[in-house]
Write a protein that binds this ligand. Structure first.
Ligand code: PLP
Length: 441
């Protein structure tokens, strides 16, 4: 009998005992392809020798030094690497220990910024429905993932939500990508005006929506218009790249493909690659200066921020991600994955949409392809797919509530960037069989 409070009580989990490359092995000797990198985490696969060596080297030096007393070489080097990688406008780094912490810190930075510059009336956060920004109270309130929020609603701080950019379901007949994007941004502007333009502090969005919608990319031009509206009303744009960042979509940051730069950006998952828990907020020079020339600090902090072993691991992960073959492989294997998924699944009566970028792909499952009618949630198609996939030695990341928090199912794939062509094909074969078995069951 377990003494752990598992995510789901009463289910028997296999025990992971080893990891190597894109594979995880359990205590019964079964091997699974990590087709989702856990939850889009293991970007370099498991047990990467260079990352392990970097961690060991740091362990031999020092394992912990509280950031109110010391800085460390590894934390400084990591910040330098990230600033070198990011476009101008993301000029400083604040380290934390995961995605939710990064989002909380970004929200507090936005708030403190406006206090520092003499606009303390700015307090409203606008985000989008069907997005996920984390499970801590502020991040959960910001996210628009209906089922995750439902029971906690009474204790969540006030936040506001507008429509996601979800062309497969929400673009209307007669609309083009451009006019759909304009409609969404008009909705955002109306919300800003309704709340009082000078009371809004931040708009928060995932450039490519991960867990909640399943690798949904924005229509061309939408995020550019969002950036313009934020600028027009003096609102900070926070882009949450916790899942879609760090090379997942084929560029180091997903927003780079949209031709914009946010004021604040959150990263985690792929930053530590699962080797260590780490996240970060990158912030603009303007925000940094407001803190530096105002109170002289960012009023925040956790015990483990800037942890040396986590920083050492992330520093090495980022160094490896910067090698030229890495992003090339994400793009090449990502195309192979999309083409292969199209070939294997497009004809399926139950696959409505196959989407995404790089090694970040989503498959939306439907009961009726023509009407896009979802399966009855009682059939729990997404959990069945997960189970069937695990039985076939594949980890994928299915989720329900795609449409509105209750209805809809999708599967997210986010394999490591080191995945090879034959392994991509194996992922597709196993997933296709799992989907067939799940809908037949
Ligand atoms: N933001 C996004 C976009 C995420 O996908 C996640 C996790 O899935 C988070 C934030 C929260 O990150 P964490 O689980 O590390 O707290």
């Amino acid at each position: 009998m377990t003494k752990l409070l598992h995510r789901t009580i009463g289910s028997t989990m296999p025990r992971a005992v080893a990891g190597e490359g894109i594979y995880i092995t359990d205590s019964e000797g079964r091997t699974y392809i990590d087709g989702s990198g856990g939850a889009a985490v293991s970007c370099l696969g498991h047990n990467h020798p260079e990352v392990l060596d970097a961690m060991k080297a740091q362990m031999a030096r020092i394992t912990y030094a509280h950031t109110s007393f010391f800085t460390t070489d590894v934390a400084e080097e990591l910040a330098e690497q990230l600033v070198e990688l990011a476009p101008k406008g993301l000029d400083y780094v604040y380290l934390v220990s995961g995605g939710s912490e990064a989002v909380e810190a970004a929200l507090k930075m936005a708030r403190q910024y406006f206090v520092e510059i003499g606009q303390p009336q700015r307090r409203h956060i606008i985000a989008r429905r069907q997005s996920y920004h984390g499970n801590t109270i502020g991040a959960l309130a910001t996210g628009g993932n209906a089922w995750r929020r439902a029971q906690f609603r009474p204790i969540l701080p006030e936040t506001h939500h507008v429509s996601p950019c979800y062309a497969y379901r929400d673009m209307q007949a007669g609309e083009t990508h451009a006019t759909y994007g304009e409609r969404l941004v008009a909705e955002l502007e109306a919300k800003i005006i309704e709340l009082g333009a000078d009371t809004v502090m931040a708009f928060v969005a995932e450039p490519v929506v991960g867990a909640t919608l399943g690798a949904v990319t924005p229509v061309p031009g939408y995020l550019k218009l969002v950036r313009q509206i934020c600028d027009q009303y003096g609102i900070l744009l926070i882009l949450d790249e916790v899942m879609c960042g760090m090379g997942r979509t084929g560029t180091m940051f997903a927003f780079e493909q949209e031709g914009i730069v946010p004021d604040l950006m959150t990263i985690a998952k792929g930053l530590g690659g699962g080797f260590q828990p780490i996240g970060a907020v990158m912030l603009s020079e303007t925000i940094y200066r407001a803190f530096a020339e105002g109170s002289g600090l960012f009023q925040h902090g956790h015990t483990y921020i800037g942890h040396p072993i986590a920083a050492a691991a992330a520093n090495k992960v980022v160094e490896i991600l910067r090698r030229s073959e890495m992003m090339k492989n994400v793009v090449r294997m990502g195309e192979r994955l999309q083409v292969g998924l199209d070939a294997a699944l497009k004809q399926s009566a139950y696959v409505g949409d196959i989407r995404g970028r790089g090694l970040f792909r989503g498959i939306e499952i439907v009961a009726d392809k023509d009407t896009k009618e979802p399966f009855d949630p009682a059939r729990r198609i997404n959990s069945r797919i997960k189970k069937e996939a695990m039985q076939r030695g594949l980890m994928c990341y299915p989720m329900g509530g795609t449409i509105d928090g209750v209805h809809g199912d999708h599967v997210l794939l986010a394999p490591p960037y080191i995945t090879e062509a034959e392994q991509i094909d194996m992922i597709i074969d196993r997933l296709a069989a799992a989907i067939d078995a799940a809908v037949a069951g």
